[in-house]
Design a protein around this ligand. Structure first.
Ligand code: ADP
Ligand code: MG
Length: 233
């Protein structure tokens, strides 16, 4: 069970130019674990998350999500999978500026057939007092908390976080990572995080490093990874 990638490749073509964004990526992500994805810009990190989350399709190889094979899903089934089973968090919080905190989270709730409880989620992300504020009235860290709540209320099996700390200072970034760890422990959500924030070393069970579309390093552990074992460069 969990997520299993076997020899997954993805090439982007724009005109004459072809970019091999993923090359034969093979990876197992056990349920309820935290995986960190490291690697330089352009190494295929976002592509990896996007094909796992059904935002994009791979060209070859296989991605299994529990008993589903993503390559065999039709468009409609892939959309349903993306809406129901996957939560996305991005560097830009992508909140709707004309909706309050609570109304933004409601957007996620409406996507799910079995959403979690709004009051409970507001409390878990620490936004009870600010539920009627608008995004422009919040700090970056608070806006990311709302984005996490919007993804979380769907009760997804996996949270895919593409540089969730990228727009935040080191300390605020660490607090966001701690919240993701708390979510993982509280809901047994599988969490994949692309981040440059070193705070992740203390909490990830699994660290992979990408280079030119390939997974070039892979550290696995039942307990959180010793950050000293990871080469951050
Ligand atoms: P990372 O997230 O590690 O920075 P990406 O997965 O975004 O890397 O990109 C990997 C490679 O694929 C890069 O060379 C990038 O320019 C290319 N790429 C990504 N998305 C697209 C796209 N939609 N169209 C064309 N090329 C793309
Ligand atoms: Mg990226």
């Amino acid at each position: 069970m969990g997520i299993q990638l076997n020899q997954v490749s993805k090439t982007y073509k724009s005109g004459e130019v072809e970019v091999k964004a993923l090359k034969d990526a093979t990876l197992h992500v056990p349920d309820a674990t935290i995986t960190t994805i490291l690697g330089p810009s352009g190494s295929g990190k976002s592509t990896l998350l996007n094909v796992i989350g059904g935002i994009d399709r791979h060209d070859s190889g296989s991605i299994s999500f529990n008993d589903k094979k993503l390559e065999s899903l039709k468009e409609k089934q892939l959309t349903e999978y993306r809406r129901e089973s996957v939560g996305f968090i991005f560097q830009q919080y992508n909140l709707i500026p004309t909706l309050t905190v609570k109304e933004n989270i409601e957007v996620g709730k409406e996507l799910s057939k079995q959403p979690l409880d709004m009051e409970d989620i507001l409390e878990k992300v620490g936004m009870v007092d600010k539920q009627d504020k608008f995004p422009s009235q919040l700090s970056g860290g608070e806006q990311q908390r709302v984005a996490i709540a919007r993804a979380l209320i769907k009760n997804p099996q996996v949270l895919l976080c593409d540089e969730p700390t990228g727009a935040l200072d080191e300390e605020t970034g660490k607090r966001i990572l701690s919240l993701l760890k708390f979510v993982n422990e509280t809901y047994q959500t599988t969490v994949l995080i692309i981040t440059h924030n070193h705070g992740i070393g203390e909490m990830a069970h699994h660290v992979i490093k990408m280079k030119s579309g390939e997974i070039v390093e892979n550290y696995q552990n039942d307990t959180p990874i010793d950050p000293k074992k990871v080469s951050w460069a």
